[in-house]
Design a protein around this ligand. Structure first.
Ligand code: DC
Length: 235
């Protein structure tokens, strides 16, 4: 597909700094932000409310299809371009950051019918370009033709510590060892699932953020995207 502005895909494991980096990259470039994990989180939340077990692939798959087809699951923009997620008229954005909802998202995202239902939603938002989308399979499955792809990683210890500090910031004193185990478990499930597993696209630039600040990662990505955007414009 030919676009005048690139699709920027940022994939990587939990805690690699994707959401912070993606938000700032989108701000600097003036692009739309799409956090795809929030969609899986919304499906997990809604399924739990409906009394479904996250492991029930048939039930949760049908539930996700219904959420999408009925238009109940929607993504909108806040005043500063932030992503807001709705289930019907209820805004659920603030409920999606919960650790248990994150685990649920990792579980429901293993079901092919859930992934298929959410694929269309993601493509609809990004088809025109001028978007920074982050997730696990954005560069491999959702937008394999994305013009700029990045795979953001960090060591397990660094990612667990970031999560620990994030919780502290919310006034929650977590157990670092338990958090590390949870992060590791989520990674394993995301990498080992049969459909659209977490992996680096062959043409994605790998960035290890273990020893880089968010600013440094953002600068790297923005510079690279600007170069690609100039090339697209010149075409
Ligand atoms: O990025 P996150 O923590 O909000 O993602 C929550 C879960 O959703 C993650 O563990 C796996 C799933 N996910 C996915 O399978 N594919 C994506 N593109 C994004 C998230």
């Amino acid at each position: 597909m030919s676009r005048s502005r690139p699709v920027v895909a940022i994939d990587g494991p939990a805690g690699a700094g994707k959401s912070t980096v993606t938000r700032r990259v989108a701000e600097e470039l003036g692009y739309l932000l799409l956090g795809t994990g929030a969609l899986y989180r919304a499906v997990a939340l809604s399924a739990r409310r409906a009394g479904l077990h996250w492991g029930d692939g048939v039930g949760v798959g049908a539930h996700a299809e219904r959420l999408v087809e009925s238009g109940e699951l929607t993504v909108a923009r806040g005043p500063t371009g932030e992503q807001r997620v709705f289930l019907g008229v209820e805004e659920v954005t603030a409920l999606l950051g919960d650790q248990s909802v994150g685990q649920g998202a990792s579980e429901v995202s293993t079901h092919p019918a859930v992934r298929a239902a959410l694929l269309e939603v993601q493509r609809r938002v990004g088809a025109m370009g001028g978007i920074v989308a982050e997730g696990r399979d954005v560069g491999t499955v959702v937008f394999p033709d994305a013009e700029a792809k990045f795979f953001l990683t960090a060591s397990l210890a660094v990612r667990a510590e970031r999560r620990y500090r994030e919780l502290l910031g919310q006034g929650i004193a977590g157990d670092l060892a338990a958090i590390q185990q949870e992060v590791e478990e989520r990674d394993r499930r995301d990498r080992e699932r049969a459909v659209a597993p977490l992996r680096r696209a062959d043409d994605a630039m790998k960035i290890d953020s273990s020893t880089l600040s968010a600013e440094e990662v953002v600068a790297l990505i923005v510079e690279h995207v600007r170069q690609i955007a100039r090339e697209l414009e010149a075409k």
